[in-house]
Design a binder for this molecule. Structure first.
Ligand SMILES: [Zn+2]
Length: 175
């Protein structure tokens, strides 16, 4: 997917031309401006066959239901980012589990578009109440098979479909 919204070089402000299907080249300084995906992580926290969602307090998609998580900071691995985001958004310490899968998507902010790679990771919560803060203003538990209508991002639907399929497989394995 092209990032057609970025038209100017981040180094010199020169005009960009397509370099190939995905990246751009600056006409002025000749640098190639890469449009590689930004890594992000999403928390899958399941209790009593219900999945934890948080309500976005900011744009993009303010007011919609998202999974806890966010973009990785420089130097962080996914586990560290997961612990930090859960502390920031929910006020809790978590035990980080296995990676469920990775899901590519587009993130459209205020005047910019980025490709994102979302790493989904299972978590168990530590002691303490969930206290929404930072980028979220609420939380709710929805049954695995009945996600809320107002879901923030496309990759969530894809991941939920996979998660439900895995759940069914696990059930059939046990029978
Ligand atoms: Zn340039």
């Amino acid at each position: 997917m092209n990032n057609s919204e970025q038209r100017y070089c981040t180094y010199c402000g020169g005009t960009l031309e397509p370099f190939n299907d995905f990246h751009f080249r600056c006409l002025k300084c000749q640098r190639v401006i890469f449009q590689n995906p930004i890594p992000a992580m999403c928390v899958l926290m399941i209790e009593n066959e219900k999945l934890l969602y948080v309500r976005r307090a900011r744009n993009p998609r303010k007011g919609s239901w998202d999974f806890p998580g966010g973009f990785l900071e420089p130097g962080e691995n996914v586990e560290q980012a997961t612990k930090r985001e859960c502390k920031e958004e929910l006020g809790i310490n978590v035990k980080v589990g296995k990676v469920f899968g990775t899901y590519a998507d587009i993130y459209c902010g205020d005047g910019y578009t980025s490709t994102v790679l979302n790493v989904y990771i299972f978590c168990e919560r530590g002691p303490g109440e969930l206290v929404p803060d930072d980028d979220v203003d609420g939380y709710a538990w929805f049954p695995l098979a009945e996600p809320p209508d107002n879901i923030a991002f496309k990759h969530m639907r894809v991941a939920l479909t996979d998660l439900q399929r895995v759940g069914k497989n696990n059930q059939s394995d046990q029978s």
